[in-house]
Design a protein around this ligand. Structure first.
Ligand code: OFO
Length: 171
């Protein structure tokens, strides 16, 4: 049976993963209506992956005899100035999620809940990959600056990334 402290810390993470999914959905909508169909495809897919991260935690809590709980969420940002700004915010958000996963892991260590700590290793590894992918994308966007043909190619590349490889964070 999962301890209440661990259960409530995971429920907070469930909320954060749900917010991540909504944030990336909002970004995808912006990209789609601002001439970046490839970035939109990439972010719609990322949004789905964040929902998968959320569900994985939901099932874990329930399987361990706890009860997953949903919480209220504020609306995510809907307006972005540029594609660069979108991915700067993605990067910032992923760093925040990494630190929240690390905090959650610390809770499991303090509670001597090594089973949950072991379960969280998957998230720790995924965050390394997510930060690395997002940082690469951001570097490319920064490199082309405001060059329109460069941006066009980056958008195409994001579309290809969504089609060719398992999305970041996929199992
Ligand atoms: Fe759930 O990994 Fe991104 O936020």
């Amino acid at each position: 049976m999962i301890k209440k402290t661990v259960e409530s810390a995971i429920n907070e993470q469930i909320k954060r993963e749900e917010f991540s999914s909504r944030l990336y959905l909002s970004m995808a909508i912006w990209c789609e209506s601002n001439g970046f169909p490839g970035a939109a495809t990439f972010l719609y897919r990322q949004s789905d992956e964040e929902r998968m991260h959320q569900l994985k935690l939901v099932h874990y809590v329930n399987d361990r005899g706890g009860k997953a709980a949903l919480m209220s969420l504020s609306a995510p940002e809907a307006n972005f100035g540029t594609l660069k700004e979108v991915f700067e915010q993605v990067m910032e958000h992923e760093r925040y999620i990494t630190s929240s996963i690390n905090d959650l892991y610390e809770v499991t260590l303090n509670e001597k809940d090594y089973t949950t700590g072991n379960f969280l290793q998957w998230y720790i590894t995924e965050q390394i990959e997510e930060e690395s992918t997002m940082s690469t994308i951001l570097d490319k966007i920064s490199l082309v600056g405001s060059d329109k043909s460069g941006m066009f190619h980056i958008d195409k590349e994001l579309s290809a990334m969504s089609a060719a490889a398992p999305a970041v964070g996929a199992e």
